[in-house]
Design a binder for this molecule. Sequence first.
Ligand code: FAD
Length: 488
Amino acid sequence: MPLNPGASVAVIGAGAAGLVAVRIFRDAGFRVTAFECSETVGGTWNYQDVANEPDLARAASRRLESTTTTETPSSEVFRQVPEQTTRLAALPPVQSSIYAGLRTNLPRQVMQFSDAPFPEHLPSFIGHRDVQRYMVDYARRHNLERHIRFGVWVQRVQPVSNDVWSRYLVTFSSSKSPEACTQAFDAVCVCNGHYSVPQIPAEPYSEPADGTEYIPGLTDGTFCPGVVRHSHYYRDAEKYRDLRVICLGAGPSGVDISLEIAEYARKPVYLSCRAVKQMPSDSATEQYGVLQVPRLVAVIGPRTVQLADGSILHDIDVIMLCTGYRYSFPFLTEACGISVTLQGRVVTPLYRHLIPVSRWTLPLIGIPYAVVPFPLFEFQARYVAAVFQGRVQLPEMNAMQAAILEEKQVQQSFGLQAKHFHRLGDRQWAYNRELADAVGVKGPTLAVQSVYNDAGTHRKLDPKHYREREYRIFGDGPEDWEVQSPAM
Ligand code: FAD
């Protein structure tokens, strides 16, 4: 049975996903309580300083020692919380992955929620503080803060029954009173983000899976006195002055961070990626002192690494892991029936990357990546609200499983590996349109899609200066936008 008007809905997290969910569920007539462990809205955009970026180079041996002495390992800052657990989840020390010099990699004109444009005076590519301010304004304008309990950490979510419409018991504690409290809700919406648990390609941090190889020697002390860091803790390029650095992973963060570091570090800064170059072209980075090299396969000695082509790099001071993040829901008990597989990369079984097949009142907003996040969160929240209200009928469980299988086959036909199941990329537009059509709201416009594509193309052509382009969107059609670009 769908939820009654006035049913209680808990939202975990008050980042972009949580905020839009609170707003839409509240406006749909539900009683919403959001739990946010920090003291403000914004999630990952709420910049946090990291005084001492943790060094992973000896982390594996430290973990082993501390396991035998039962003290809390210092490497626990990396939140090695089991994915499925019935104990209470611990509070992570650092949520945000935003670094000091970060500017958005999407133009604000495509990033925004449907009814909340960013201020017109801002450039297209804005600083992280502008995004954080936008979220604070969004929360105030829609009177959302009264629904959010700040400084409250959700530790456990337990279903009351096996029914797809089950209620849930939510256990939480607060910074003011650490004693855990439990409250029942008719539904729980998970919006806890997925950029705070680093993916570290080494034992014992991750189990082997599907094409992902460990890097021997990465965390067992072999690399010392060189240091190994993850981009989650990276804040300031100046700290790398005169050092020799190799960044691993040529996703948006790897490219951005290596270009930032190249302004201070010894040149070249190496950017190590898989055989198939993802982005951008060699020449596009080389002109700024970033040299793309094959995949790093092993740490073979102090400050020494080996690459996939057999070449060896000496005198490396820092290995910067830009290797991404793991999905993690340490508060979901086993009874919730949600697994995180393939090295923390796939959440299963989720219908439309959103609704657990057998738990319809436990949606997870924000799972897809390689997307424009805020609008996607908004479409997902509208869809979930309509499911709760009974305006959208979900198919039978078997049909949901079949839809997931079909989605996997489509992904494969696009050449995606199983571990990239939630990577939507170009398919995000069709995905958003399906959700929008199901609930009867306007889908993403072709103008937005074109601007997104244009920005992506120019990010590859000139990853350092593409942010100088200024976009204007004046309609919905594929031609209804213009761009002013400096001479590149
Ligand atoms: P988050 O922002 O992570 O919010 C999750 C919230 O949940 C946090 O506030 C956290 O404190 C809270 N929380 C977690 N667990 C609990 C718990 N158990 N109890 C209580 N509270 C909890 N997107 C763009 O659109 N443009 C960009 O240019 C862009 N650049 C990015 C650059 C970097 C380096 C990163 C990491 C991400 C970037 N993104 C960008 C993506 C960005 O993550 C999304 O835009 C979006 O902010 C994610 O929102 P979220 O609400 O899903 O997660």
